[in-house]
Design a protein. Structure first.
Length: 197
């Protein structure tokens, strides 16, 4: 083996090590921001421990309980492929662009196994909660929207995360008055429990 091959092998190894370190650092940073969404229930290993009744006040007051969960910050949700939808919203009767990852992709990112009997208890900050079946979430292509008309959604509005779908695309929903199309769409979604129906 000549010096060129040895040098090339050393540089390739160093580049691979640097790439791995950057990737590990990127992953570590992706969950260093405040949690916007917590998923519990029938998930994988999770990335946070049990609910702390003293510090997880909102979840505790809404009777949420878990021993392990998966928390997503803005960067973690943004790292998943984003989908855009353009529903007519009930609040101003105008079409808006919403963007965020597919609901089921976020659930799969937690290690959840989604089957015909899977359901999701979706909770909003104001206490509104709905049960969404896996088939509904999949067939209606629900997203967990983080952006409205190209801007991140904030707390106090419809965000920072909104479980929503493009109701206009489905004949059964488009036939309803716009204020009756979004009963399965809690804005300010902050917790989802994966369950067996």
């Amino acid at each position: 083996m000549n010096k060129r091959h040895v040098l090339l092998a050393a540089l390739t190894g160093a580049a691979a090590s640097l790439s791995s370190a950057v990737l590990a650092q990127s992953r570590a940073k992706s969950n260093t921001g405040p949690a916007l969404l917590t998923v519990s229930g029938l998930i994988g290993a999770g990335n946070r421990g049990p609910l702390d009744p003293a510090l997880d006040q909102l979840m505790s007051k809404q009777k949420v309980a878990f021993t392990v969960a998966h928390a997503f910050d803005f960067a973690a949700l943004g790292s998943l492929p984003s989908i855009r939808i353009k529903p007519t919203l009930e609040y101003d009767k105008k079409q808006h662009t919403l963007a965020g990852p597919l609901f089921v992709d976020v659930m799969r990112a937690t290690g959840a196994k989604i089957g015909a009997s899977t359901s999701f208890l979706v909770r909003a900050i104001d206490g509104y909660a709905v049960v969404l079946s896996a088939s509904e979430a999949t067939e209606r292509r629900f997203i967990l929207a983080t952006h409205l008309d190209g801007r991140p959604m904030g707390l106090g509005g419809l965000g920072p995360v909104w479980a929503v779908y493009e109701a206009d695309r489905f004949a059964d929903m488009a036939a309803k008055p716009v204020n009756e199309r979004f009963s399965l769409c809690p804005w300010a979604t902050y917790h989802i429990e994966v369950k067996a129906a």
